[in-house]
Every structure is written in C-alpha cells, then in structure tokens.
Design a protein around this ligand. Structure first.
Ligand code: NAI
Ligand code: MG
Length: 373
C-alpha cells in the first residue's frame, strides 16, 4: 500500500483547459487546475484488520500531501502506535501523522465534529457511519465511508464444485467472518445446492478452533465479548425465525469468544440472518433456479460492498457482474485485494473508494485557476 501510493506522490496532476467564455468575445484566457491536499484528515478505523486498515487510510492521505489524525479502534490500538513509532523513525515531520487512541463515543465523535478537521474517513459499522455524517454537518467537512455488507456469493451450476466450495468457505470463514465483504449470503443454483452446502459444511466441521498462538489453530476467537454476544444473538434469532442449522450454530467451548463456523439453510429472505450484517463465521445458503432472477435476489439488500460469482461460463459471469450493485465483484475468486484496485461500497456500504487512483480524488481538492491574457 505504501509502495503503491508513494508512486502516486509524484503523479498528482492538474489539466490545462481551453476556455470559450461566450459572453467575453475576443478575450483570451489561460486556465488550469491544481490538485491540492484537503488539509487535516481524521481517520477512524475498526479492529478487524488493525494494521491493514491503518495502511489503507494513511498511505493515500500522505501521498496527496495531507496531515492525519488516526484513531484506531479501542480494541486494537497497539499496531497503530507501533506504526507511529516507525513513522517517526522514518523521518516524517512531527505533526504530520498523529495516532490518537480512544473510544468511539468520545475521541471518535469529537474528531468527526471538530471544526478544524477538513475531512473524516471512516471504516466501521453503517450505524456509526450515519452518526459521522451527522457530526460532519457542522462545518460540512468532507466524508468518505467504508461500511458494512451482506455480500452475495453466487454459485452457478456449471462452476467447478471443488473451487466453488473452497471459495465459498473462504469467503465467509476468513478472519472468522469479521470482514466487511464476508460472503454471508450464499446463493447456489438448484442442481448443485446439496453438494455445495455439504462441501462448505464439511470444511466448517474440519476447522480447528483455538487460541491464535497455538500451532494448528485455524480459527481463533472473535474480537470481544460484545461480538460474541452479537453473533450468538444472530444464531438464536436464525433458529427462532425458522432457519435450519446444517453445521455449527453456537458458541464453541465455555472460555473465550469462540463461535462455531456455521451454515444455515431455509432462512426466509425477510429474516434478520439474511438481512443484517452478522460479522461472524455464519453463512446463509439458499437455492435458486433462474439466472435471470438471481441478480435481483442478490441486490435485495441495503448493502452493496462485495459479491462473488462462480462459473466456467465467461458470458454468464460478466453479464451477472454488470447487474450486481456492489463495489467489488469477484469471479472465481474472493477476498482478493490490491493497492491498485479501487474498493468501496454502493448503497449503504459507503461513500467513495479506497485504493487505486480513485482514492486520490477522495484526498484532494481541485482548484481552477483562470487568467485573462
Ligand atoms: P463501530 O462502527 O462502532 O467501530 C468502528 C470505529 O468507529 C472504532 O474506531 C470506534 O471507536 C469508532 N466509533 C464508534 N462510535 C463512534 C462515534 N459515535 N463517532 C465516531 N467514531 C466512533 O463498530 P463496532 O462497534 O466495533 O462493531 C459493531 C459492528 O459494526 C460489527 O458487528 C460489524 O457489523 C460492523 N463493523 C464493520 C466493519 C467494517 O469493516 N465495515 C468493521 C468493524 C465493525
Ligand atoms: Mg460500536
């Protein structure tokens, strides 16, 4: 991320523009644009990928000449503080990068409302994203948001079953499902439904849960008691609302915040486990028959962050990709990120894009300079 964005630092350019100005006949002009830093940027990041989120946020802000106050999540301040030490050691002038640990309701809210902050860039829950927008209204600071998701992962009947099963499991179980792009709604074309559900359930059964430092552990605990309560609450609500648990379905053990990797089927599209972000290792699988309808089903969500398509038919893949309302569509892969690939959300998954050259727009103001010759 830092290497890629460092390359952009020498490529921030404006344009020269030929003017016609019809109400000033005969006048000549020289006009150009400058891309300038926005100023002081508050960056508020979550706990699910603490160092990565810091890198995604800091690198483009610095490449475009801004200064930053980075607030890590209260659960995970240490990597950001270590990064601040390395940044100081690297010789970045004092005050350019400031790491400010603190709670969201106090430190985060104060940054979002502060009149001397020119922009806030936030990653976290959609609920807090809306609070940030309200807080930013005071001085109309710029806002970019990377929020939640309920991403559809669609397996067509011609997909390679082994690849699709592995991919579907990785899409939901990576980082214990604590991923904004988690492929939490798994749509499988009818003929493959039993095979893919059984395959993903088999992988779930085989995942070894345990402490992160224990050799052989494949999945650790959730981040906090709050997340444990949240995720097990969804497991209860899924059961209460009529979903059937194929595998998993509850807390693992008595100690720590472990949750069993879980596959649910038979959940009604209106239920909470289908509609709300769970942020745990819980996938809801449903069959579909008609390729024409699957885009509408996939889009039946307030979110629009990620999506997956598994098929060997390139025409179907690209036709479907164009119909899905999401910031990223992965075909025969999932959770593939690159500094050059823009990332962000449609609908209530966010405003603006991180990474790629798109992010430069989110960290610069455009100034038009117009001279009469
Ligand atoms: P959160 O949205 O409350 O926290 C994310 C960041 O926002 C943290 O740095 C926090 O201190 C800060 N924050 C909290 N309240 C704030 C406020 N009023 N003003 C300014 N900053 C504030 O997320 P939380 O509570 O950790 O997790 C709850 C749910 O949010 C999760 O279950 C998940 O669904 C979603 N989430 C989504 C993430 C994503 O990557 N899109 C990351 C983390 C959580
Ligand atoms: Mg919160």
């Amino acid at each position: 991320m830092f290497h890629y964005m460092a390359g952009w630092a020498t490529k921030i350019e404006g344009n020269t523009i030929t003017l016609s100005v019809p109400y000033m006949p005969g006048a000549g002009f020289h006009a150009y644009t400058l891309r300038e830093p926005i100023g002081v940027i508050a960056q508020i990041i979550p706990w699910n990928f603490p160092l990565l989120m810091a890198a995604w946020k800091l690198a483009p802000a610095l490449a475009t000449g801004n200064t930053v106050i980075l607030k890590p999540a209260e659960q995970t301040p240490l990597t950001a503080l270590r990064l601040a030490e390395l940044i100081a050691e690297a010789g970045i002038p004092d005050g350019v990068v400031n790491v400010l640990p603190g709670y969201g309701e106090s430190a985060g809210a104060a940054l979002a409302a502060h009149d001397d902050v020119d922009k806030v860039a936030f990653t976290g829950s959609t609920e807090v994203g809306k609070l940030i927008v309200q807080a930013a209204a005071g001085n109309l600071k710029k806002v970019t948001l990377e929020l939640g998701g309920k991403s559809p992962n669609i397996v067509l009947d011609d997909a390679d079953p082994d690849i699709a099963i592995q991919g579907a499991a990785n899409a939901i179980f990576f980082n214990h499902g604590q991923c904004c792009v988690a492929g939490s709604r798994l749509f499988i074309q009818e003929d493959r439904f039993d095979q893919v559900v059984e395959g993903v359930a088999g992988i779930a059964r085989g995942i070894k849960l345990g402490p992160g430092l224990e050799p052989g552990t494949q999945m650790g605990p959730l981040v906090s008691d709050e997340q444990l309560q949240r995720v097990t609450g969804y497991l209860d609500s899924g059961r209460d609302e009529g979903a059937h648990t194929v595998v998993g379905g509850s807390r693992h053990g008595e100690q720590g915040y472990f949750v069993q990797p879980t596959v649910l089927i038979g959940a009604h599209p209106s239920t909470k486990v289908v509609r709300e972000e769970i942020f745990g290792p819980v996938v809801v699988a449903s069959p579909f028959s008609d390729l024409d309808q699957i885009a509408a089903e996939a889009n039946d969500t307030t979110y629009g962050l990620g999506a997956g398509i598994w098929t060997r038919d390139i025409s179907k893949a690209h036709a479907l990709a164009s119909r899905i309302r999401a910031g990223t569509v992965w075909i025969n892969c999932y959770n593939v990120f690159d500094a050059a690939l823009p990332f962000g959300g449609y609908k209530q998954s966010g405003w603006g894009r991180e990474m790629g050259h798109e992010v430069l727009e989110a960290y610069t103001e455009v100034k038009a300079v117009c001279t009469q010759l």
